[in-house]
Design a protein around this ligand. Structure first.
Ligand code: G3P
Ligand code: CA
Length: 396
């Protein structure tokens, strides 16, 4: 997996066991982070006002709390139950959603095309024959794939908890929600904005764009078409679009004016579009000053794995922060690293409490340490913890 663009993605998906190891708008946020000036409570209040007047990302509190797959620490990921709870818990942005296509060309919210781990598809005998093995970004993968189902068929499924060993309580909600479409998310965003009297932001991601383009299911045009249809394709629209494949962001840059973010997996990994194009560069090359300057030519931010901000040693303890925050800010890029989670196995070793895989460690300590690097925001499965940690940080 060392050369795959999905390295960070796989890390974030595997069930973990304890003991194991609008473009200009964003510049303001970057400057805030770069100077170490973080919006406090008054800043948050100002954010609410400026959101309503359409001032783009400058209106968001910094560090921004991004609900990863909703509030996936508490509900099965990428469901309206998860998205709704993320807002209720105070997330500034909801990652709604990771986007993959159906056979008939609709965009749905799943972390990856294979849906055996996040839906009850295995319990549907009518779909038993759809189980298959495919090579997905170089990895042999067995299961059921969204591109083999129509939207109507996918709507008969229900979401389940991906990592029950770490989140046993979340299985209470298995079977409660269906798979959302991106268009439903865009409508939900408007409804929630009206209901709450405050602009709701979303942060969709194009998943495996090269893989899907080769299947004749290009993602970017579909994303752009829906954003345009709903009047959300502008510089100050409350929608940030992200991808692990730089060419997907470059393509989007020609189609929409939304803020765009390039995700970065482990340093030795290669984005899958680079692999397909024969581009030998790795993420280590992209986080050089030259690499960041190039990204700043078509994107407004980066979403690095937390390890690119503070690497860990062999024991899983944090070491010295890299210069990534400073270097990215120097070229006007904001940083939204991923992913903070409360459970022991997902925390740096020194922040764990005991060895139970479903017990919380010192997540506040970890948030504080990462915030201190000057990052502009963070993806977290536990937005309520992130909001409290931010309040502690800005008031310290
Ligand atoms: O998009 C930020 C973060 O979600 C990237 O990781 O694998 O959870 O999509 P992943
Ligand atoms: Ca994602």
């Amino acid at each position: 997996m060392g050369t795959q663009g999905t390295q960070g993605t796989q890390e974030s998906n595997q069930q973990a066991s304890a003991g194991g190891t609008g473009r200009r708008a964003l510049l303001g946020a970057a400057v805030l982070g770069a100077t170490g000036t973080v919006l406090g409570l008054s800043g948050t209040a100002r954010a609410a006002d400026s959101s309503r007047s359409g001032k783009g990302l400058k209106s968001l509190p910094v560090p921004t709390i991004i609900g990863h797959r909703g509030a996936s620490g508490y509900r099965p990921e990428h469901t309206f139950g998860s998205y709704q709870l993320a807002l209720d818990l105070g997330a500034d942005i909801v990652e709604a959603g990771d986007l993959v296509p159906t056979k008939d060309g609709h965009l749905v919210c799943r972390h990856e095309p294979e849906i055996g781990g996040t839906t009850d598809v295995a319990d549907h005998p009518e779909f038993a024959g759809r189980k298959t093995t495919k090579v997905l970004d170089g990895v042999s993968t067995t299961g059921w794939f969204t591109e083999d189902f129509t939207l109507a068929e996918l709507k008969t499924l229900r979401a389940i908890e991906r990592i029950p060993a770490n989140r046993p309580h979340n299985t209470l909600y298995n079977g409660r929600w269906e798979i959302p479409t991106f268009e439903e998310v865009l409508k939900w965003q408007d409804e929630q904005t009206r209901k709450r009297g405050k602009q709701v932001w979303i942060y969709p991601e194009t998943k495996h764009p090269t893989y899907f383009r080769k299947l004749g299911l290009g993602l970017e045009e579909r994303v752009a078409k829906l954003l345009h249809k709903h009047g959300k394709d502008r510089k100050n629209s409350p929608v940030i679009v992200q991808s692990f494949e730089p060419s997907s962001i470059q393509r989007l840059n020609k189609l929409v004016d939304n803020p765009l973010v390039v995700l970065l997996s482990g340093a030795t990994s290669r984005p899958w579009d680079f692999v397909e194009a024969g581009d030998p560069r790795t993420v280590a090359d992209l986080v050089t000053r030259a690499g960041l300057r190039e990204i700043a030519g078509y994107a407004q931010g980066i979403g690095p794995t937390l390890d690119l901000v503070i690497p860990k040693d062999a024991a899983g303890n944090l070491t010295t922060p890299t210069t990534l925050v400073k270097d990215a800010h120097a070229v006007g890029l904001v940083l939204h690293p991923y992913t903070m989670r409360n459970e022991n196995p997902f925390l740096p070793t020194s922040f764990r409490k005991g060895t139970d895989a479903d017990a919380y460690g010192d997540s506040f300590g970890a948030f504080r340490t990462y915030f201190a690097t000057g990052i502009d925001g963070v993806f977290t499965d536990n937005p309520d913890t992130g909001v409290l940690a931010r309040a502690d940080f800005v008031n310290a």
